[in-house]
Design a protein around this ligand. Structure first.
Ligand code: NAD
Length: 305
């Protein structure tokens, strides 16, 4: 049994930390959101009142935060992890963040005497709950190996990606493909419906044909087909449009740095931006289907009753 500090108990971190509890670890969690803390506590995570309390005496600390700015604040801030953890504690950031922020965290952690890995994940909220996430882990070889021992109960795959920030590089490219697949799935689903196909019959075909993708199998944007899809639940978020827009923005920015044309990726970002402009940043990103079927109701134009 290890002592693990966990910071960021949202849609992903809540389930992931509970899987470490189920594996027998003593997990101390902190989040700014009391509802997230309460949900994790119900799963056996011990509530910490601050970052300092969460990281005290920990063998490893995981962070699962929205964006680079949050990760930088949590690690580098006055009340942050580097200030309060013991240098024997292995630091593992599973947030999806920009490469420059990840490099800054690697550098600051090393300068303060810590071992740090970037270990973003793929597999969605359903994979977080099932403990089947794919982790892509970048950093010094020994730290990556030791991190893998803690990651085990949350993962289906642990793939070392190379040196510092390579985990984030892999994740950014993966998610570029995911969101393009999601947009294509939404278009295919609406067209199939308008051509008179039964939604389940079409899904049964596409899921074993060349139109298949993880987005189709896990996030199908038509309700009543795939149990894990947010479409069943009026697009309550499993992966918010805001975070999807962030991820595709990370890809576009990395593409600009490397002179890579991302014509389709840039178009999909415009679709997410339209959802955000309509007031749906906090809804699930599979709501992109509403731009295809024409049912988007901008929040400021929604009928009041
Ligand atoms: P989320 O917004 O549901 O959770 C993030 C949590 O971090 C929130 O509960 C928030 O209160 C907390 N937080 C923010 N700043 C904090 C601070 N300073 N101290 C303590 N807590 C703080 O987001 P999520 O969907 O769980 O995603 C987390 C990360 O994982 C993101 O980088 C996202 O891109 C990535 N990711 C998400 C999914 C998914 O399907 N949701 C899949 C793979 C990767």
């Amino acid at each position: 049994m290890a002592v693990i500090g966990w910071i960021g108990l949202g849609n992903m971190g809540g389930h992931m930390s509970v899987n470490l509890v189920k594996a027998g670890h003593d997990v101390r969690g902190f989040d700014l959101n009391p509802a997230a803390l309460a949900a994790a506590e119900a799963g056996g995570v011990k509530r910490a009142a601050s970052i300092a309390e969460a990281v005290r005496g920990a063998d490893a600390v995981f962070t699962m935060l929205p964006k680079g700015e949050h990760a930088r604040a949590v690690y580098l801030g006055e009340d942050g992890v580097l200030k309060h953890a013991d240098t024997r504690t292995l630091l593992i950031d599973s947030s999806t963040i920009d490469i420059a922020s990840a490099q800054e965290l690697h550098d600051a952690a090393a300068a303060a005497g810590f071992r740090f890995v970037d270990a973003p994940v793929s597999g969605g909220m359903s994979g977080a709950e099932a403990g089947t996430l794919t982790f892509m882990v970048g950093g010094e070889e020994g730290a990556v190996k030791d991190a893998s021992d803690y990651i085990g109960p949350m993962s289906g795959n642990i793939i070392p990606t190379g040196g510092p920030t390579t985990g984030q590089a892999a994740k950014i490219c993966n998610n570029l493909m995911l969101f393009i697949n999601l947009a294509s799935t939404a278009e295919g689903a609406v067209l199939a419906d308008r051509l008179g196909l039964d939604k389940q019959v079409f899904w049964n075909i596409a899921s074993v044909s060349s139109g298949d993708s993880w987005a189709l199998r896990t996030w199908y944007p038509v309700p009543g087909v795939v149990p894990t899809a947010a479409s069943n639940n009026d697009f309550a978020p499993t992966f918010t449009t805001e975070l999807a827009n962030k991820d595709i923005g990370l890809a576009i920015s990395a593409a600009e740095d490397t002179g890579t044309p991302l014509e389709i990726g840039k178009h999909v970002q415009q679709l997410f931006q339209r959802l955000i402009d309509a007031g749906d940043a906090g809804k699930d990103c599979s709501m992109i289907i509403k731009l295809v079927d024409g049912s988007l109701q901008p929040a400021d134009q929604a009928p009041s009753n």
